[in-house]
Structure formats: C-alpha cells, structure tokens
Design a protein around this ligand. Sequence first.
Ligand code: ZN
Ligand code: ZN
Length: 250
Amino acid sequence: MKLTVVGCSGSFPSAESACSSYLVEADGFRLLLDMGNGALGELQRHCGLYDLDAIFLSHLHADHCIDMCAYFVARYYRHDGGRCAPIPVYGPEGTEHRLTTAYADTPTASSMSEVFDFHTVKPGSFDIGPFSVHTERVSHPVEAYGIRVEHGGRSLTYSGDTGVCDRLDELARDTDLFLCEAAFTDGKESIPDLHLNGREAGESAARAGARRLVLTHIPPWTDPQTNLADARAVYDGPVELARPRATYGI
Ligand SMILES: [Zn+2]
Ligand SMILES: [Zn+2]
C-alpha cells in the first residue's frame, strides 16, 4: 500500500496544510480517507480529479468531510456537460443528508446520490476494492469511526478523531502504520472523549504494539514538537509528525 498525506491539519487548515485527508493506493485502486477543508485542491497534486475509486468519511465534522461539497460540484457539473458515475462513499448514518444540507442548494434532494453511492458505516469488516477494512466506533462527540485498512498482509490504522479508547487500541493491534490523531497538548487541554494528546497517542500505539506511529490532526495553535516529544517518551517505536505530501510505503 502507498499512503499519501493530502492534508493533516487538525480542526482548521494551516498555512501549510489542508485538513484531514489521506490517499491510500494499492493495485491501482485509490481510496481517500476523509476530505476536510482544502483537501480537494491538494488532492489534485496527487491524482486526477476523477481518479478516486472510493471515499471513506470517519465522521461528519467539517474538517473531515466539508470538501465533499466542492467535490459534488466537480462530479455533478462536469465541464464537458456529462456527469460522473456514482463513486462509493462510506460514512456514518446521515452522511448524504448532512452533505446535502451543507451544500444548501443542490438541484434536487437526491442530486448528491447521482454522483455519490452512499454506504452507511457500522462497526465491522468489509471490502473496499482490493482492501479489507475494519471499522470501530471511537470516542468523539459525534458518531465517529477509526478504520484499519489491510492489503497484502500489511495494515494501516487511522484513528479519525477520538479520545482514549480501548477499541482504538484493538483496531491498531500490531498494525504496520498507525496514523493517530494528537490534537491536544498534555497538561493544557483535557476534555474526555474528544481528542488525544501526544502522550495518549503514544500510549495507545504502545498498548497496540503498533510498528510505526505517525501523529496527525495537530491544529495550527498547537506545538507539534511538544506532542512529538510526549509520544516518544512513552512509545519505543518510530514516531514522526504527518506532513502534507509525505508518502509511506506500507
Ligand atoms: Zn477533526
Ligand atoms: Zn471531529
């Protein structure tokens, strides 16, 4: 698998990065995990506008899904007058309604479904193209999922947004790359069931036995080096900060 960080800024975009969006490729299949603010522009550095094969939305906070409204425009009002065939979109209950409402003025109530084939995510295992995926509910104020993506005996686990959560540890069990949020700073912000800090992300990776940890979803007002040091203090494996345009072979 190849992972490309399209956007990794937490909660709102930074000058350097769009919000959450990660491209996962294998066997010529392109799966996008989340499409937050600014992601659609950055995505076009990495693949053609119409080259995605499936989209997974971890939850419906704007910093994870709002560019789907822009992507609707690109697919529905193609410059050649055609309309794109529906692409599979996996998201929590109510994804179609939320995106339709956010867009505010779709031609009809079902216009989104003309270009997006919506599937409701529940905890469990299923296939997306060549990938075997497993989803689990994580601890966040809205219905939110972490996802483990497997291909060819290798695995990537993406936390989505979550507080400390046993199910996240299980999802990341022995995973090859753990892409884990670390939005908070230890000792500064402490709200249960919302976000992890660097230490908590490191502890989750350690409990899970993850082979590599990449910290992501760090907001522009948070010092990433503090979170990186806090994760390193509790996790022995390799840890780094996600950066826009970084790629990983998994
Ligand atoms: Zn978020
Ligand atoms: Zn969120």
